[in-house]
Design a binder for this molecule. Structure first.
Ligand code: F3S
Length: 73
């Protein structure tokens, strides 16, 4: 199983701090809102994905742990 990025678009307020951590994992639109909803985390990018989730002040990003149905921030 691959870890997944999940973004709650309702919580996203356009801080773009996730984008600042990794613009490839967390692309944003012209208003600064992340455009990802659900995306597999590429192999080797787990730390960047976790850092991006932690960087969001709204708690909009969660990372699902591979091989489980649990969701960790
Ligand atoms: Fe949105 Fe949080 Fe990123 S508010 S743009 S998901 S840092």
């Amino acid at each position: 199983m691959t870890a997944q990025i999940r973004v709650d678009r309702e919580k996203c307020s356009g801080h773009a701090r996730c984008f600042a951590v990794d613009p490839d994992l967390f692309p944003i639109d012209e208003s600064g809102y992340v455009t990802v909803r659900v995306q597999d985390v590429p192999s080797g990018q787990e730390d960047a994905a976790a850092a991006g989730a932690l960087a969001c002040p709204e708690g909009a990003i969660t990372i699902s742990a591979p091989g489980t149905s649990d969701v960790a921030e």
